[in-house]
Ligand binder design. Structure first.
Ligand code: AMP
Length: 578
């Protein structure tokens, strides 16, 4: 297997050369320069572990059985080889699809199609997402015109196959993405029917978060001598994990920046490293942080040695408080103790996580590692806990009210320092003259506090966006706050203040489901406040539950993986009938 630049080096030596080589780390896996160029433009610095193992095998035409969850880079792991093989096939226009990717949900199908579009744009590759709920006419037109890669939900794929609008005789590669979820949704028969329409000598790749016996059975039946790929776990020994306080916030992507801002303000880190996945993210985040008044500096593999030296100088001289870096850039850093490590994105493997958090808590000093995970990535956190045998505390995103209190506290602390420092005589006169007039001494002091508070910039984010705590995160163990919607009475209608989506759960009265079971399953698993859950309707064979639209997909994903009344049941968006 081709080697990639070393990923495990913990020495504090400089590895700048590595960054210059990073594009070739992808090239070394067998990818064409046009694809590598697209990855570099996206800010990818090196392949993730799953990519390193999967890409060469798939390019070589082998079948792959991959155990990988969201966040590991699995989409690129199967998409890039498809693009490579398509590139090598030199096929012209007007053929049937070259590859078929099956995904459990409309959202995932769209996400995968978008990723492939980005990776293959320069090659002129055409990709079509095909899912239930979307207008049929458009899909029919596009299929007729001819596409290279179809990304479909099983139900809609079968629909097209029966209409003969999707013919699979030309398919060379089939990918079953999130196969466990497809089975959970009851797509097993559909998968069989679809696979039987594809040529027997096709290449097949199956990805699943867990390789349960029923997944292994499908793999046995449909994969030929597959290369089995798992993210290396054995490298991370529980004992080698640094002892630092580990916390995580679960927030949807759109609220990550605001969350980071609040957490930074709450924690007031003395010196911190913020990790992102790509160069593009590093640059973007650094810019936003600076615009918000933090002193942040970017560090990534695209920078020259001179630029890096300049950044490190600023950091050491305390003219920068935050370093925002990719894994590659941080690997060679010679920095002593850091009070905090932030993972703006979850890292792509447990090893990378351990490596990142090892940057803090050095030499017996206290360190804090804080991870922002998207709801879909909650599996990653559990995985890490299992591997490191250490607890990651799931914390609640501070509210605007929390922030206000914290900032006033900071002002108070500053004033206290000044009081202790003394030398106030020249200002006493001011207080006296105001107090001799009509003013109460207490009011004079309060006015001075207000002025100090504003002048210190501690009121800076008062106009900050509202992070909808109820739907975005996990206010468990938290007293009820004011201003929240009234507590849900399960089974009754109420009007929430956010956009609502309905979720279909394939179990109802006959299975003795009660509203409390559904609220419990959602609230416990995703740690979402029960108040975010709207009306629940229970029918004989199924139930419908209203949830905030923004997190509906995460709830669907999670519920599929959990047991309701001791059983796994089909779950999907109500309108998302594939
Ligand atoms: P996935 O696990 O496929 O859902 O990918 C998770 C995220 O990682 C996506 O936002 C990708 O764009 C990103 N990603 C995938 N591969 C890499 C890589 N080699 N370097 C940096 N980011 C990546």
């Amino acid at each position: 297997m081709p080697t990639r630049s070393t990923a495990t080096d913990t020495n504090d030596t400089d590895h700048n050369a590595e960054s210059d080589e990073s594009p070739s780390a992808f090239a070394a896996l067998g990818l064409d320069p046009s694809i590598v160029k697209a990855l570099t433009a996206l800010g990818y610095e090196e392949p993730t572990p799953i990519q390193t193992e999967t890409i060469p095998a798939l390019i070589a035409g082998k079948d792959v059985l991959g155990q990988a969850a969201t966040g590991t880079g699995k989409t690129a792991a199967f998409s890039l080889p498809i693009l490579q093989r398509l590139h090598d096939s030199h096929r012209g226009q007007g053929h049937g699809p070259y590859a078929l990717i099956l995904a459990p949900t409309r959202e995932l199908a769209m996400q995968v199609a978008e990723a492939i579009h980005k990776y293959g744009k320069a090659m002129g590759v055409s990709v079509l997402p095909v899912y239930g709920g979307a207008a049929m006419a458009q899909q029919l037109k596009a299929l007729k015109r001819g596409v290279d890669i179809v990304v479909a939900t099983p139900g809609r794929a079968l629909d097209h196959i029966r209409r003969k609008s999707l013919q699979l005789g030309s398919v060379r590669t089939v990918v079953l993405d999130e196969a466990d979820e497809m089975l959970d949704m009851g797509f097993a028969e559909d998968l069989e029917a679809i696979l039987s329409e594809t040529p027997a000598d096709r290449q097949t790749a199956l990805f699943s978060a867990t390789i349960a016996p029923r997944i292994a059975a499908i793999a046995n039946k449909h994969l030929k001598n597959p290369v089995r790929v798992t993210i290396a776990r054995d490298k991370t020994k529980a004992g080698s994990v640094p002892r630092v306080r580990q916390m995580a916030y679960i927030v949807p992507r759109v609220h990550k920046m605001a969350t980071l801002g609040r957490v930074l303000d709450m924690e007031s880190p003395k010196s911190a490293l913020v990790f992102c996945r790509t160069r593009t993210e590093v640059d973007g985040l650094t810019e936003t942080l600076n615009a918000r008044g933090y002193r942040a500096e970017a560090l990534h593999g695209g920078m020259t040695q001179e630029q890096r030296d300049r950044v490190m100088k600023k950091f050491r001289a305390n003219t920068a408080d935050l370093l925002v870096a990719t894994d590659v850039a941080a690997r060679g850093l010679d920095i002593g103790h850091l009070s905090h490590v932030f993972n703006y994105d979850v890292p792509t493997s447990p090893d990378a996580y351990v490596h990142r958090i090892g940057r803090t808590g050095r030499a017996g000093r206290e360190g804090v590692a804080i991870t922002l995970a998207e709801p879909r990535e909650h599996r990653f956190l559990r995985n890490i806990e299992n591997i490191t045998k250490q607890k990651i505390e799931i914390a609640t995103v501070p509210t605007i009210a929390d922030m206000r209190v914290r900032r006033v506290e900071l002002t108070r602390a500053t004033l206290q320092e000044i009081l202790i420092g003394g030398e106030l005589d020249e200002y006493r006169g001011v207080v006296e003259s105001l107090a001799d007039g009509d003013y109460d001494v207490m009011d004079v002091a309060a006015a001075a506090v207000k002025m100090a508070h504003e002048a210190s910039g501690n009121d800076k984010h008062e106009a900050e966006e509202e992070i909808p705590v109820e739907r975005s995160s996990i206010p468990h163990d938290r007293p009820k706050r004011e201003g929240k919607p009234p507590r849900t009475v399960a089974g009754t209608k109420r009007k929430p203040s956010w956009e609502v989506a309905k979720i279909y759960i394939g179990a109802g009265r006959k299975a003795k489901i009660r509203p409390g079971d559904i609220v419990g399953a959602i609230a416990n698993e995703l740690k979402i406040d029960a108040d975010a859950i709207g009306a629940i309707e229970i029918y004989d064979r199924f139930s419908l539950v209203e949830v905030p639209d923004e997190i509906a997909d995460d709830i669907v994903t999670t519920l599929r993986a959990t047991h309701i009344k001791g059983k796994r049941v089909p779950v999907r968006r109500d309108k998302d009938v594939a």
